[in-house]
Design a protein around this ligand. Structure first.
Ligand code: 6PG
Length: 232
């Protein structure tokens, strides 16, 4: 039984370099074992410099498939699109050879895309590494405590790989990987910065309520090794 492994860094710069090296090592090891590797990343502002570092890691990137933990239901060139973020910051340099599986499809509503997208996600193997961020409300991926779809997203009995989510406290409808699909991974990494988010995570771990703090379902589970990458 593993528990949350704390990796604290003196600066965001050191964190980003160490995380890029760690993820590259995991992907390289997966490629050596199975000839391919899969990586799930999150959007938001925290991972930008980490993406830049990871994009130049020496890897056979053509053997890596990358998808997102969640996506905002906006056009791929929209300022808030996680796909756009990845195309500009991660799928560049050496990493542009990776295969990217987008979560945004042409349907106008995310729920119309759930079934087809779930099939695409089900066709991907167990992920090698899943990197998750966290919001100040304790959401991770787009599993928002305010959303009426949260229960479905956290349901470990569900076979759904993804779920359409409508947060009431954040912009845009979303598509999120569900908790059971996120846990089909060999390694989970929670990547957060700043004292405020650390306090939120500490509170979530104390209160032990995943409906109030969805990050708890990731940070406290014991099935998949999970690390916290944190700096001020
Ligand atoms: C998204 C995310 C989300 C993010 C947190 C943290 O698309 O919004 O994947 O879960 O990781 O909201 O966002 P920041 O890094 O911007 O604080």
């Amino acid at each position: 039984m593993s528990e949350l492994k704390y990796c604290n860094f003196a600066s965001r710069d050191e964190l980003d370099s160490a995380l890029a090296a760690d993820v590259a090592a995991q992907l390289n090891a997966a490629i050596a074992r199975r000839g391919e590797a899969s990586l799930v990343v999150s959007g938001g502002s925290t991972p930008l410099k980490f993406f830049a570092r990871l994009s130049v890691q020496p890897l056979p990137w053509e053997k890596v498939v990358i998808t997102l933990a969640d996506e905002r239901w906006v056009a791929p060139d929209h300022a808030d699109s996680n796909e756009r973020l990845l195309r500009e910051h991660l799928l560049v340099n050496a990493a542009q050879a990776a295969r990217f599986v987008p979560l945004k499809t042409a349907e106008s509503r995310a729920e119309q895309a759930e079934t087809a997208l779930a099939e695409v996600l089900a066709s991907l193997p167990e992920f090698d590494v899943v990197i998750l961020g966290m919001g100040a409300d304790g959401h991770t991926a787009s599993l928002f405590p305010c959303a009426e779809q949260l229960e479905r997203g956290l349901d470990l009995e569900s076979t759904a790989a993804c779920i359409a989510v409508q947060p009431t406290t954040a912009a845009h409808q979303r598509m999120s990987l569900t908790l059971p699909r996120l846990l089909q991974s060999r390694r989970l990494i929670v990547h957060i910065t700043g004292a405020e988010k650390k306090a939120v995570l500490d509170k979530a771990l104390r209160e032990k309520d995943e409906r109030k703090w969805p990050i708890y379902a990731i940070a406290a589970q014991r099935d998949v090794p999970v690390s916290l990458y944190w700096s001020e």
